[in-house]
Design a protein around this ligand. Structure first.
Ligand SMILES: Nc1ncnc2c1ncn2[C@@H]1O[C@H](COP(=O)(O)OP(=O)(O)O)[C@@H](O)[C@H]1O
Ligand SMILES: [Mg+2]
Length: 355
């Protein structure tokens, strides 16, 4: 185990009664102080992973280790782990102070100490002035903060957050992303957050685990996930990607010359890329260039995106491409039907594993 590994999932599977596969042999190491996000479509196993770590769900097989100790069979209250639930699960008949202090009173702490810790936690989430408010009188964003304060007041080693910001409107959500990140850095606590929102995961996480059908597709930093997605699934899930079936034309020292129809371009690949059979290449819209000498194509649609103009174009062989053109580069307007010459930025394409 790496020295800074706090939590380890070892071949964890979860088969539900009735046969639904929640998790299929997940291996995952989570570092001390890391902000890790679990990202993937609905039903891919994100919540099940959190529940296994929290002790709310027992794995069918595999182990959960904390500091190298097997905690697989421990009850939720017997783990140094707290959860911020998606619906916050606050007690409506209690005020803010009582909600945040509830876990501490269960642990038998004295009134003075509870009050001191509750105040400190509310300070951290910027809600000190609401200590006596009824939770039913708070806004969605404020309730979210109460739920956070209630989870951190117990000083867990690991904080689990299941879609913590999904109930907030877009503006507040962005603000809370920044605050969550700040709070995590300040506490130095390991955060594991579930989200189906790639923008949220990319902006907030140290590392992201992309899940699909109970398995892990890729674990990487936001930049690596964006620049070097390993699989077709990850490429399709993170940002926008042109995914083209192609054939190998020539193997080069550090790259491959490939062709999709009439479009020939240079692609790079991870060392574990199988090169037999059909290849799949991923090309970001900003890496398709409109330039003299390119393959002739035709604009089929345009979408205004603010700083960039998104073009949908088609090559004569029917291959469709999505292209982002910086607005500063746009001399003329593009309109459907217009002829353009297209090429791929050298080395910007990546070969993707099919699963
Ligand atoms: N209690 C349960 N009983 C049966 N199947 C479940 C249960 N909880 C989750 N599942 C199934 O396990 C899979 C993963 O679910 P979940 O972890 O909730 O996904 P996510 O949080 O990524 O949306 C889904 O197919 C879901 O239907
Ligand atoms: Mg879920």
């Amino acid at each position: 185990m790496a020295p800074d590994t706090l939590l380890r999932l070892e071949a964890v599977s979860k088969i539900f009664p009735g046969g639904a596969v929640g998790l299929d042999a997940i291996d995952l190491d989570i570092g001390q102080g890391e902000f890790l996000s679990l990202l993937g479509p609905s039903g891919c196993g994100k919540t099940t992973s959190l529940r296994v770590v929290g002790g709310f769900e027992e794995p069918s097989s595999g182990r959960v280790l904390l500091d190298g100790q097997d905690i697989t069979g421990r009850r939720p209250y017997d783990r140094p782990v707290n959860t911020v639930f998606q619906d916050y699960a606050l007690f409506p008949h209690m005020n803010v102070e009582e909600n945040v202090g509830f876990g501490l009173s269960l642990r038998g702490l004295g009134a003075g100490e509870i009050q001191r810790k509750v105040r400190a936690a509310l300070d951290l989430v910027g809600l000190a002035d609401k200590i006596e408010a009824r939770v039913t009188a708070l806004s969605g964003g404020q309730r979210q903060r109460v739920a956070l304060a209630r989870a951190i007041v117990c000083e867990p080693r690991v904080l689990l957050l299941d879609e913590p910001l999904s109930a907030l409107d877009a503006h507040l959500r962005e603000q809370m992303q920044v605050e969550l990140k700040r709070l995590q850095a300040q506490l130095g606590t390991t955060f594991i957050m579930v989200t189906h929102d790639q923008t949220e995961a990319l902006s907030i996480s140290d590392r992201i685990v992309v899940m699909n059908r109970g398995r892990i597709e890729q674990i990487a930093t936001p930049a690596v996930l964006y620049d070097a997605p390993a699989t077709r699934f990850v490429a399709g899930f993170i940002g926008t990607m042109n995914v083209l079936e192609c054939r190998l034309v020539e193997r080069r020292a550090d790259s491959f010359l490939v062709a999709a129809g009439s479009l020939t371009f240079e692609a790079v690949a991870g060392s574990d890329m199988p090169l037999d059979g059909d290849l799949i290449a991923g090309i970001r819209p900003e890496d398709v260039l409109i330039e003299a000498g390119g393959v002739p194509g035709r604009v089929v649609g345009t979408v205004f995106h603010g700083r960039t103009l998104r073009l949908h174009a088609e090559l004569p062989d029917g291959i469709g491409l999505t292209i982002d053109v910086p607005r500063s580069d746009i001399g003329a307007d593009y309109a459907p039907g217009q002829a353009v010459h297209l090429s791929v930025r050298s080395g910007a394409a990546r070969l993707l594993r099919s699963n």
